[in-house]
Design a protein around this ligand. Structure first.
Ligand SMILES: Nc1ncnc2c1ncn2[C@@H]1O[C@H](COP(=O)(O)OP(=O)(O)OP(=O)(O)O)[C@@H](O)[C@H]1O
Length: 498
């Protein structure tokens, strides 16, 4: 070990959960100093050591000493301390022995890595805790979901039987995902013995769900948090099955997408102004892409979607996409595309990947042609010999098959998911290392969201790959995306280009 202080700083824990393998996982993250800093503060009462090679431990110790003595940046727990009652991120190290359930909960939260705030969390949480409306505008995979959920948990009262927080999402898949994270945090709070033992209920009110069952639940005992797609929500609000009189926080996730959708925009406007008033609630809009944001903020205030002092938290404004993404393209003829994809899969060896395919046109559907997704899936099932499961997720599948595909993807074995833009927004599959645009997306914004399905481990220093398989005449379209989104795409040459 480098020094005495190094041993102290590297004292992580004596118990199994933070033994060597887990500690090394923390250390492999991009900001090991920050993680170590948290760990050393949290576990300073523990007395076992975790040793690193000398040179590394010395550097870490030095960095840590400087951070501790000079400008210690607060951990996520510290930011939330005074605001989120019974802070879900707390681990009781010096308190009397915690009950087994608390240990489980805390370990669960630390295991998923919610220790150090991401940039958007560091910037936005103080704004949100001070009561301001907020436009959360930050890169894909930057942790916007946890940001607004922590606000919600700081505001709701589990004893009150009323809908107090509403999260509006564009797709059922995204709604299910957010419901899961919200329930995980709710369960963590419930298991903390210092908190009221009343469970925070979270209801998913999503297209394709069983509205009749939801109606009785909403009437009998309204949940504290509702995660909803705008279609299902509007139906129930119009029929006055429930009201938003007690609403404290309204979140619209992927707000630019919802405002762009001609089907949803009028219901959304009604929700923002008729069913509840911006003066009685805190309003949060979130997205990685808010085009013409000045105009949007102006509209928010003019149309009374938010209060006049709404704050635009804009993180990484000069870099719309995460820096860990490495963009490439291959030019080939239309007939060679499948073979090029196969060669890429063989040489890249992705841990898991998503292959985006354009949606089938109505004309092609009517003429009975097989969709590009079906043709591609058939091709991969016949020719791909790698270890990954080949799965499909597209709009035309029924809701049960869609859910089954996502469950298979999340099972933990590697996957190659062939999909349309249905998974391009918000879906969090952190194991995805490669994105393939088998067909180019229509707009730069669509490119940004598709690309953002990878690179979703905030403190990882890994590189993730986005590869475009394009026709010669599409090169200028990709160039336009590069200019608009300020990234560089490198050409790959392959033998199979044809
Ligand atoms: N403080 C944190 N430390 C470590 N991981 C985090 C932290 N906050 C969030 N994450 C993880 O980062 C990933 C991305 O978070 P999230 O889904 O909220 O991204 P997002 O900003 O909403 O992205 P998108 O714009 O694509 O929807 C998730 O897997 C989440 O668990």
């Amino acid at each position: 070990m480098a020094s005495n202080s190094a041993s102290q700083i590297l004292a992580i824990t004596k118990t199994a959960p933070y033994s060597k393998p887990r500690a090394s996982r923390f250390l492999q993250s991009r900001k090991p100093y920050l993680n170590l800093c948290c760990l050393s503060q949290k576990f300073s009462n523990d007395n076992a050591l975790f040793c690193l090679p000398n040179s590394k431990s010395f550097l870490l110790a030095k960095e840590l000493e400087e951070r501790n003595s000079n400008n210690h940046s607060p951990t996520l727990r510290e930011i939330c301390q005074d605001h989120v009652p019974g802070n879900v991120l707390r681990r009781q190290v010096s308190a009397p022995p915690p009950s087994p359930s608390t240990i489980c909960t805390s370990l669960l939260l630390e295991e998923v890595g919610y220790l150090v705030p991401t940039d958007v969390q560091r910037e936005a949480l103080p704004v949100l805790f001070s009561g301001n409306d907020c436009i959360l505008h930050a890169q894909t995979g930057s942790g916007k979901t946890l940001t607004y959920l922590l606000l919600i948990y700081s505001q709701i009262n589990p004893k009150k039987s009323a809908v107090q927080a509403l999260i509006v999402v564009p797709t059922r898949e995204l709604g299910m995902q957010i419901t899961k994270v919200a329930r995980m945090l709710a369960a963590a709070r419930h298991m903390d013995p210092k908190l009221e033992q009343k469970l925070y209920t979270v209801m998913a009110l999503l297209d394709g769900g069983m509205l009749r069952r939801h109606k009785s639940w909403l009437k009998a005992e309204p949940p504290a948090i509702v995660v909803a797609t705008i279609g299902s929500l509007s139906q129930l609000l119009e029929k006055q099955i429930f009201k938003l009189d007690s609403l404290r926080v309204l979140v619209v996730d992927e707000v630019d997408f919802l405002f762009k959708s001609s089907k949803q925009v009028s219901s959304l406007r009604k929700l923002l102004t008729s069913y509840s008033s911006c003066n009685n609630r805190q309003t949060v809009f979130a997205s990685a892409s808010i085009l013409q944001h000045r105009r949007f903020i102006h509209d928010c205030i003019q149309q009374k979607w938010t209060k006049g002092d709404v704050v635009h938290v804009h993180v990484n404004r000069i870099m719309p996409m995460p820096a860990c993404l490495y963009h490439r393209f291959v030019i080939c003829g239309r007939k060679a595309k499948h073979q090029v994809l196969l060669s890429l899969l063989q040489s890249d060896l992705p841990e898991s990947g998503i292959i985006f395919v354009g949606e089938q046109s109505e004309k092609s559907k009517k003429s009975g042609q097989a969709s590009s997704t079906t043709v591609l899936i058939d091709f991969l099932r016949a020719s791909y010999e790698g270890p990954l499961d080949i799965l499909l997720l597209e709009e035309d599948m029924n809701f049960n098959s869609r859910a089954a595909s996502l469950t298979d993807v999340r099972k933990g074995d590697g996957y190659l998911l062939v999909s349309t833009d249905i998974v391009a927004r918000g879906i969090d599959l952190p194991e995805t290392t490669h994105i393939y645009n088998f067909d180019l997306p229509k707009t730069a914004i669509d490119y940004l969201h598709r690309a953002g399905r990878t690179g979703r481990k905030p403190f990882s220093d890994k590189k993730y790959y986005v590869t475009n398989i394009i026709l010669p005449e599409e090169r200028f379209v990709l160039q336009r995306f590069e200019n608009e989104l300020m990234f560089h795409c490198e050409e790959l040459t392959m033998e199979t280009q044809g």
